[in-house]
Design a protein around this ligand. Structure first.
Ligand code: B12
Ligand code: SF4
Length: 520
């Protein structure tokens, strides 16, 4: 039987994190859901699978090598985001030295397939949602068949690199739940979650187009799982892993889905705390009460900026009034709020950064995160930063190709200092400190508060925290005559995404979600 080992490796030389190191270290580690999904599809297809989560297990390169030798897989699959690619390359080198077939998947692959496959240690890549592609690929290897028609597969042939069309899974219920039994579930925790915590995904995709956010190929269509299967998975996690809190990693939770999910949890009397990212324009008072009744403990809202014009510039499609109302109503419903802000975005001034700090204090959420603006590849923010000459256009390409790069300058002078100022002025207010102290109920609470405080006091953003790339299209690369063939163009057309978003919002406006909600 063909054996596959999947790896999440350490973040080596991750110069691109937007979060201060001191806070990053304290936040806890959560399960790599992408690998969990790849593993479950492989297991369902009859392959023998193992997962090494090197971050959660905190194991060395040598230990990873030892585990690969012990399991002795035919194929080693590694997950990567662009900022974490260097670690993925090291894992591929370790596996290659042991004579394994290596394959990389994850969001990064959809942006840099060509650069990634230029590495000798990387044999294959998969772009897009990898479950079906990986199963097809493993079957081809097992049966010694041609893999050239496997959708989403990237491979090398006659000195050229062939890039497949990203696979998109339209029926997300067809995918089995992640192979949690292969993950070190006891090792996962979050500074804001009850222990033990797990993550889950009830939907895929996000039709919104916020300027700093990379749109994955699978974002093109928003898809939800049936709420029955989501609640089955919650019950499985409680029963088999003693999970006390679920952190949904969905990008958004539209009204009807949030209401259906809450009703299912209530109907089945499942006792679980949960939290989810949400948009302020997708909640209303009745829905919030229902979510609270179903165990929703924290709503994580992306607010991003305090100044209304900047909020519009970031393309959030929300305004400060909506933000204030959502926070007010969530608190009234008894749900804690978590606000995310970006500091030092393109066009920011001291006035707009101060407006962000002021809004944070006015909203007074339970938790807050201020991150320094980092232009990620293939995002509008990246394009704007390049246009304004703030960053090197080919920075990320060179980063992925392994060049040692100097840190790039912040998009706004003193952005680091402003982030530190934001944290301190938010958390170190006497009222906030007092509120935090009142909430300490256990040793675990005390430790989390202490860790958070240390994170803020020892706050330092790495100087090399900004990196960038020019917004390049696959067509640009074609023009440059890269030695590759595209079996199709995986690039998402922005115009299509805009259409998707408009029809999504029309649908939202048509159903008046409050009329579908039961009285609570
Ligand atoms: C949850 C999440 C996190 C979590 C945990 C990440 C994790 N590994 O579990 C946390 C909060 C830690 C995190 C941190 C960061 N994140 Co994040 N995160 C996400 C988020 C919202 C969901 C990821 C997820 O679980 N998806 C669900 C699973 C099912 O999808 P998936 O992981 O992509 O896996 C599928 C495919 O990619 C593929 N696949 C994945 N791995 C493999 C491996 C193989 C072998 C194969 C064949 C296929 C395959 O198949 C999977 C199943 O379909 C995404 C946005 C998104 N919607 O994807 C951003 C996202 C991945 N994050 C992003 C970024 C930038 C970061 C940070 C760098 C931000 C920062 N702080 O600066 C950090 C980096 C962390 C670090 N280690 O340094 C970017 C990545 C962009 C890029 N170019 O790579 C994204 C896309 C957000 C965005 N839209 O901009 N993140
Ligand atoms: S709401 Fe905005 S930030 Fe959140 S996933 Fe969608 S596009 Fe990205």
């Amino acid at each position: 039987m063909l054996k596959v080992q999947l790896i999440r490796y350490h973040d080596l030389d991750n110069t691109n994190t937007r979060l201060a190191q001191s806070l990053n270290e304290k936040q806890g580690v959560l399960p790599p859901l992408g690998l969990g999904y790849i593993a479950s599809s492989l297991e369902k297809a009859g392959f023998e699978v193992d997962i090494i989560d090197a971050i959660a297990l905190a194991i060395s390169k040598e230990e990873v090598s030892k585990r690969i030798k012990e399991f002795d897989p035919h194929i080693v699959g590694i997950t990567a985001m662009t900022p974490t690619i260097k670690g993925a390359f090291e894992a591929a080198e370790v596996a290659k030295k042991l004579g394994k077939i290596t394959i990389i998947g994850g969001v990064h692959m959809s942006i840099f397939p060509l650069e990634t496959l230029q590495r000798n240690s990387v044999d294959f890549g998969i772009v897009g949602e990898g479950e079906e592609s990986m199963v097809q690929f493993c079957k081809a290897i097992e049966n010694d068949d041609s893999y050239e028609n496997v959708e989403g597969l990237c491979y090398k042939k006659d000195g050229r690199i062939i890039i497949g069309q990203p696979k998109f899974i339209s029926d997300v219920d067809s995918v089995p739940m992640p192979s949690y039994h292969l993950l070190p579930m006891k090792k996962y925790s979050s500074i804001i979650g009850l222990h033990p915590t797990s993550t889950m995904m009830g939907s895929r995709g996000c039709p919104y187009l916020c300027g700093f956010c990379y749109k994955t190929p699978s974002d093109k269509k928003y898809r939800t799982r049936s709420v029955e299967s989501i609640v089955d998975e919650i019950e499985y996690l409680i029963k088999n892993h003693g999970i006390k809190e679920i952190m949904f990693y969905d990008d958004i939770m539209p009204q009807q889905y949030a209401a259906d999910l809450s009703n299912e949890i209530i109907k089945r009397n499942v006792k679980i705390s949960w939290q989810t990212p949400e948009r302020v324009n997708l909640v209303n008072p009745d829905l919030l009460k229902l979510m609270a009744k179903a165990g929703c403990r924290i709503l994580r809202f992306g607010v991003e900026q305090g100044d209304p014009e900047q909020m519009a510039f970031v393309e959030k499609r929300i305004n400060p009034e909506q933000v204030k109302e959502a926070f007010r109503e969530a608190k009234k419903a008894g749900i804690n709020t978590f606000a995310y802000f970006i500091i030092g975005y393109v066009n920011e001034t001291e006035k707009t950064m101060q407006a962000t700090i002021d809004l944070a204090k006015e909203l007074d959420p339970r938790y807050v995160m201020f991150t320094k603006a980092t232009p990620l590849p293939n995002t509008p923010l990246m394009q704007q930063a390049v246009e304004q000459g703030l960053i090197e256009p080919d920075y990320w390409t060179r980063f992925v190709l392994g060049e040692k790069l100097s840190p790039i300058k912040p998009l706004v002078p003193d952005a680091d200092l402003w982030v530190r100022k934001a944290y301190r002025s938010f958390y170190l207010r006497p009222r906030k400190i007092f509120q935090q102290m009142l909430r300490i109920r256990s040793f675990d609470d005390l430790k989390k508060n202490f860790d958070g405080l240390i994170g803020i006091l020892s706050f330092k953003i790495r100087e090399d925290a900004f990196t960038v790339i020019k917004k390049r299209t696959y067509d640009d690369r074609m023009k440059q005559g890269g030695n590759m063939i595209y079996s199709s163009s995986p690039l998402l057309e922005i115009a299509n995404l805009q259409d998707n978003l408009e029809s999504f919002e029309q649908d939202l406006n048509q159903d008046n979600p409050t009329t579908n909600l039961p009285k609570v």
